[in-house]
Design a protein around this ligand. Structure first.
Ligand code: GAL
Ligand code: MG
Length: 977
């Protein structure tokens, strides 16, 4: 086999060359009826594109990246960098001698019945340069790792005969410099390869415009492989059985303007659908559109099928409107990711992603940071998501040089225009994005100009354009779409009177590790501030790759089922940056999603679900409960409800709820379903809202939200003193049969990713909070009650802590006080920590739950009676850190199966955590699989606990969630069961 003569042009160093021999992109789906070429291909990995092919062949699976497959002789593993390019060469260059290049080869039997037809090869996606050869003859090349490339093979193959197809994929190129997205670097063919045949007379493109009014316009472009179009061809269209009319006005105008061509046929079909069922993310109504191209004798030469939706999107003033409504964008950023295949995602995988997002209240996706797999858009249309479709342009490391570099001009326009041409008929796509983090230059304006002309029906956004001046009106962005902007800046902008365009953050609430603090505060502001419309959480996935700890290799496609509930099976782990031996990498910054690598939702998802609740309890008045419909388009008939009354001093009572018939924005009063006893402790009313029928994304009975209101305040319950004494040891530490470590002061937590990257953890370590030395100052006994004063010394000074231990009926009351001097202006927590004997494996509590919650992430955890095995309380964040907390705990019981154990009553709702790990256990290892659970429980109860914030990338928590210096007091009662 000769190597490809195209290689002689060194196209991987030529940004001006975006393709050669590639067919124009279009919206005609050729996947059905095609000959699939997926499966094992002969494969060899060359050290560089100009190295000779000739080594032994092994096999590689297509679609798939070679970096995730254990292929003999192919030792190129995944590498993670965020901003930095993994090599030093300046654009457009890449490493000359170390540029892994995969050569894929296989034979294909060209069907004999394709005689006379136009035969096309489609490569779904390859990164980063694709060269195509058939039987040793060069066919073409393509760049853009996230869009398909089609090549006309008709001149190269003969139906009924066998052809050898070779796909050469060069990993590093000029294109890599504009594909510098924050994700793993891979190499290979990531989407399906197929061969399809059309009649020489074919539909070159179909453009659908379906408006909210019911008006439908379908523009068809027709070509013939032979050049001139044959006489007498025509196009018909059918929408769910009704025939479309050919627009004679359009034809006449074309004739008058002398625009009729022998080589390009143009037809417009139209109709207006009366009583049209319109599309929006809540009720994604779709119609089936078939377009048929006929020869003069009425036989069908070509067909194109589309699922279309009637909807409008427009910007009016500072509002982004869908069908005239100012919709909230409850979005997430989504990469094409899979822990076994890297970048290859199946239709079922994507459906599972979107189903999960719907169940947790999301209604929008930004395809960060490139056009996602085509199946995603079909699913978004069907399940109902607003999509910001983003072009594959991120020049992060060399942004400034590239944005205005004329050598890259073609690539910018090519990538943006091909995305638009592919995805323009999806009702879900409401905004085009010009890419990510590439500064702002003339290349962006060129691409924006192309879109504005080609598709005037959708707005454009680009963070880099709008970033310097949110109120500008003359840049390449119709939306101010900042990332991680402080909430107060957004609100101030909206109130300034200067706002000119909608403000929807393209990224906010960075979900790295234990995060997403202040999400509820963000949404309270968004929903109450005209001009703010939402944003896209960063991001959906933790991109952990399933790795075999023994050989250090990715497990790959065979690993299905080797993980559960966010945790990898023994001997395996979720790899992040550096785990494949890379020296240049960005560590765990790749694990920053709201779901684990296996799509298990993190606790933050429950917070989001509640914030997005379609029906809410507005307040409780004496006539009853005020309910409101917070959707934009839908009534409440798709929902069912059940009331739950949780009594602190009793059980949980339930009663059926009838949801009122409310249109969006309306409220109604419904009677209180329970007689609440006059006396007693706290009482909380929860409306458990579920789907009343099967939805495409949720079977009937799926929980949608759990809005809640407090009906009665807590009443203090005095504990009666006892005539016993409390036992303490010589250091004043409580002696208790169920405790293996007595309660001491804790000011430290295992730093979260936010604590680390935000700089707080560094300060805490500098202050010595991770290794405080306790010194007993005095122990005094007085009438059975013991007062212990201790000092905890760090490097910043001493924290004085006092415990008063009073015997009470059945146990001991502990009144504590700690005084933090002004220098300790931001500690992780102030509270008690103790450890229990083994065997107390069930936690039951009255407070917020059942899932993990923290002071600034607790809106989604209703107050009630909860019960969870201790081993399930901990959240297995990839890099171990503070985890497993429960907010607003009033009392809890830790018990063994024989009902022995201990119970704690707290003076006020407090932050509590019960885990198998000390903070130092968590900080001593880098991966979850290295944690050794302790047999007993490590219990923290905090007078104050710092919020989580999002400082790993973006704003920290708000001052109101910080732990202030000064005197902290808390008290609790410990009893044995
Ligand atoms: C943004 C960027 C994302 C990701 C994120 C941090 O700046 O657009 O790609 O890097 O920060 O996780
Ligand atoms: Mg970046």
């Amino acid at each position: 086999m000769t190597s490809d003569p195209l290689l002689a042009l060194r196209p991987w160093e030529a940004p001006e060359v975006t393709s050669w021999g590639r067919l124009p992109m279009n919206a005609v789906d050729r996947r059905s009826g095609a000959l699939p070429l997926d499966g094992d291909w002969n494969f060899q990995l060359l050290p560089a594109p100009d190295a000779p092919v000739g080594g032994p062949w092994s096999t590689a699976y297509v679609p798939g990246v070679w970096t995730m497959q254990s292929i003999q002789g192919a030792d190129d593993l995944p590498q993670y960098t965020n901003i930095r390019m993994p090599y030093a060469e300046f654009p457009p260059l890449s490493p000359v001698y170390r540029n892994p290049t995969g050569v894929y080869e296989r034979t294909v039997d060209i069907p004999a019945e394709w005689t006379g037809r136009r035969i096309v090869l489609q490569v779904g996606a390859a990164e980063s340069v694709l060269l195509v050869q058939v039987d040793g003859r060069p066919v073409g090349l393509s760049k853009d790792s996230h869009l398909a490339a089609d090549f006309d093979l008709t001149p190269f193959v003969r139906p009924g005969e066998r052809a050898t197809v070779r796909l050469t994929v060069v990993k590093w190129s000029d294109a890599s410099h504009i594909e510098d997205q924050d994700q793993w670097w891979h190499g290979g063919i990531t989407r399906s390869v197929l061969l399809y045949a059309t009649d020489p007379l074919y539909l070159a493109d179909v453009t659908v415009r379906a408006a909210y009014s019911g008006e439908l316009r379908v523009d068809c472009r027709v070509r013939d492989a032979g050049g001139a179009l044959p006489a007498g061809w025509y196009v018909t269209g059918e929408l769910d059985g009704r025939l479309l009319a050919q627009d004679a006005e359009f034809d006449r105008a074309n004739v008058e303007d002398e625009r009729v061509s022998d080589f390009l046929g143009e037809v417009r079909l139209h109709t207006t659908v009366a009583d049209v069922r319109t599309w929006n993310a809540e009720t994604p109504e779709l119609y089936g559109l078939s377009v048929r191209l006929h020869r003069a004798d009425a036989t069908v030469a070509d067909t194109s099928y589309h699922r279309i939706g009637f909807r409008d999107v427009e910007i009016v003033g500072r509002n982004l409107l869908v069908n005239g409504e100012r919709v909230f964008i409850r979005g997430v950023n989504r990469h094409d990711f899979h822990p076994l295949t890297g970048r290859t995602v199946s239709y079922d995988d994507m459906r599972a992603d979107l189903v999960l997002l719907k169940r947790f209240g999301f209604n929008a996706i930004r395809t960060a940071h490139y056009p996602n797999d085509p199946g995603l858009y079909d699913l978004a249309d069907e399940l109902g998501f607003y999509v910001v479709d983003e072009a594959d342009i991120e020049a992060h490391d060399h942004a400034h040089e590239i944005a205005d570099d004329p050598r890259y001009l073609n690539a910018f326009v090519d990538r943006v225009s091909r995305m638009v041409l592919r995805d323009k008929n999806h009702p879900s796509v409401i905004i085009w994005s010009l890419g990510n983090e590439s500064d702002y230059g003339a290349n962006h304006d060129a691409a924006a100009g192309w879109v504005r002309r080609h598709d005037p029906t959708r707005p454009i956004q680009y963070e880099g354009a709008a970033k310097l001046d949110w109120a500008a009106t003359d840049d390449a962005s119709d939306i101010a779409c900042p990332m991680y902007a402080p909430l107060e800046d957004c609100v101030a902008h909206a109130l300034s009177g200067e706002q000119t365009r909608p403000l929807v953050q393209c990224e906010y609430s960075h979900a790295m590790g234990n995060s997403n603090g202040t999400l509820a505060d963000h949404w309270a502001a968004i929903e109450s501030t005209p001009g703010l419309q939402g944003g896209f959480i960063w991001e959906f996935w933790d991109h952990g790759i399933l790795q075999d700890v023994n050989d250090g290799r990715p497990v790959g496609r065979g690993g299905a089922g080797l993980y559960d509930n966010g945790v990898a099976a023994p001997g395996l782990r979720w790899a992040y940056g550096g785990d494949f031996g890379e020296t240049i990498h960005d560590g765990a910054f790749i694990a920053d999603g709201v779901v684990f690598p296996d799509r298990t939702p993190k606790p933050a998802m429950y917070e989001h679900r509640e914030i997005a609740a379609p029906v809410r309890i507005e307040c409780f008045r004496h006539e009853g409960i005020v309910l409101g419909n917070h959707q934009h388009f839908r009534g409440l008939d798709w929902l069912a409800g059940e009331w739950e009354l949780s009594l602190a001093d009793g059980d949980t009572l339930t009663a059926p709820a009838r949801l009122p018939d409310l249109r969006p924005g309306e409220t109604a009063v419904v009677p209180l379903p329970f007689e609440v006893p006059r006396e007693g402790g706290e009482a909380w009313l929860t409306l458990r809202v579920t789907t009343s029928r099967d939805e495409a994304w949720a079977p009937r009975g799926t929980v949608v939200c759990l809005p809640q209101v407090r009906l009665r305040e807590a009443a203090p319950v005095p504990a009666s003193p006892e005539n016993r004494s409390v036992e303490v040891d010589a250091d004043g530490l409580l002696v208790h049969p169920l405790l293996t470590a007595a309660p001491t002061l804790s000011l430290w937590r295992a730093p979260t990713d936010n604590d680390e990257l935000g700089g707080m953890a560094l300060r805490w370590r500098t202050w010595g909070l991770d290794s405080l030395v306790r010194k007993t100052v005095s122990v005094r006994e007085d009438d059975g009650r013991v007062t212990v004063v201790a000092e905890y010394a760090g490097t910043l000074g001493v924290v004085r802590h006092r415990q008063v231990l009073t015997p009470v009926e059945g146990g001991v009351r502990i009144d504590e006080e700690a005084e933090l001097s002004a220098e300790f202006d931001d500690v992780a927590r102030v509270g008690s920590v103790f450890e229990t004997v083994a065997g107390l494996d069930l936690l039951e509590w009255f407070g917020q739950g059942p899932w993990e919650s923290y002071p600034d992430r607790s809106a989604g955890a209703p107050v009630g009676h909860h019960s969870v095995p201790v081993d399930e309380l901990f959240t297995p964040y990839l890099r171990p850190q503070e985890s497993g907390g429960r907010h607003g705990v009033r009392r809890f019981t830790l018990s063994a199966p024989d009902a022995t154990g201990l119970t704690v009553a707290l003076d006020e709702p407090r932050q509590v955590s019960v885990t198998r790990y000390r903070a130092e256990d968590l900080t001593s290892v880098t991966h979850h699989d290295r944690l050794e659970p302790r047999a007993g429980c490590v219990v923290h109860l905090d007078a104050a606990h710092r919020g989580l914030g999002t400082a790993s990338c973006g704003p920290d928590t708000f001052p109101s969630y910080l732990v202030a210096p000064g005197v902290h007091r808390w008290s609790w009662t410990l009893r044995t069961l």
